[in-house]
Design a protein around this ligand. Structure first.
Ligand SMILES: [Zn+2]
Ligand SMILES: [Zn+2]
Length: 298
């Protein structure tokens, strides 16, 4: 159960001004080939194409970012740094470049520089959307959005993966990543510290069951990014906050075919490759006994 960092691929188009560049057609073609190489996982080819594009269109932050990402994905972390540094120097508002820079530095063991870059990414894209929505729902209806949501999903039973006394694992109807799940407490709990003993055990139980199902799906150590959302710690009361955990897996059809968030998805709407209901059904049918037998104890 490997937690892999997910990186969004922001594939920029070639800037063409009022006077088209003499080679704009070939540059556009090269840009498309580079994007395709990234999608196919051919990072060596993507690096070479992005190097050519950066030479042809110098000082373009998006192209610097793409070259940095290709280098990162090819395992050339050290070489990725200057390209990503250039990208944020050219456009300090380019959140994905800060994000990639932070992740690359983290993987190189440069924690202080990594945190600085990741803080920049967060300040540019603070993910407060959920918190704002929960607050608005509470104010409008007088009760908690996720309490209502989890009871509705339990009633419908179409998108439920598994449940225990304390928690439900659901493929939410808004899922964007394939096999994305949300683990929600059935009782209104704000944070880990608000859990009863038995809920703590139930939480451990449901995480294990979700993770085993993920591993069994393609019979590999399944990669995902995950995180917990709980009450803000600003000293105020937050009755609108409801403890939950997200899982965002990148794999789509097999151990090697993954989903990439590409230009249109970054700039307009995410594309759903599989429905929430079919993803939930697949996960539900999968055994909770891990496909690899436990090693015999010595
Ligand atoms: Zn609640
Ligand atoms: Zn959340």
């Amino acid at each position: 159960m490997r937690i892999a960092a997910l990186f969004f691929l922001c594939l920029v188009s070639i800037p063409v001004g009022s006077r088209p560049l003499p080679q704009s057609d070939s540059l556009t073609l090269k840009s498309q080939q580079a994007k395709q190489s990234m999608e196919e996982g051919n990072f060596v080819r993507a690096i070479s194409l992005y190097r050519e594009l950066n030479q042809a269109v110098p000082n373009n932050p998006g192209l610097k970012l793409n070259l940095g990402m290709a280098l990162h994905m090819a395992g050339k972390k050290r070489e990725a740094i200057p390209e990503l540094e250039d990208a944020v120097k050219l456009d300090p508002g380019l959140a994905p470049a800060w994000l990639f820079l932070g992740a690359t530095r983290l993987q190189l063991g440069e924690a202080t520089a990594a945190i600085k870059a990741l803080k920049m990414a967060l300040s540019l894209q603070p993910d407060h959307r959920e918190a704002r929505r929960m607050l608005a729902y509470r104010r409008a209806r007088g009760h908690c959005l996720l309490c209502d949501y989890v009871s509705l999903e339990l009633k419908l039973a179409e998108r439920i993966v598994c449940v225990n006394d304390g928690f439900a694992a659901i493929v939410p109807f808004w899922a964007v990543w394939p096999f994305e799940t949300i683990v929600v407490s059935r009782r209104h709990i704000g944070s880990l510290t608000g859990m009863r003993d038995e809920e703590r055990d139930d939480f451990a139980d449901i995480i294990r069951r979700v993770a085993v199902r993920y591993d069994n799906l393609f019979r590999i150590s399944f990669p995902y990014s995950s995180g917990i959302h709980q009450s803000p710690t600003d000293g105020k009361k937050h009755p609108e906050s409801h403890f939950h955990m997200h899982f965002f897996p990148p794999l789509l059809r097999s151990a090697t075919v993954r989903k990439f968030m590409v230009g249109y998805e970054m700039l307009a709407n995410p594309q759903r490759d599989i429905t929430a209901e079919s993803a939930a059904a697949r996960l539900r049918e999968i055994s909770e006994i891990h496909y690899r037998p436990r090693p015999a104890s010595a």
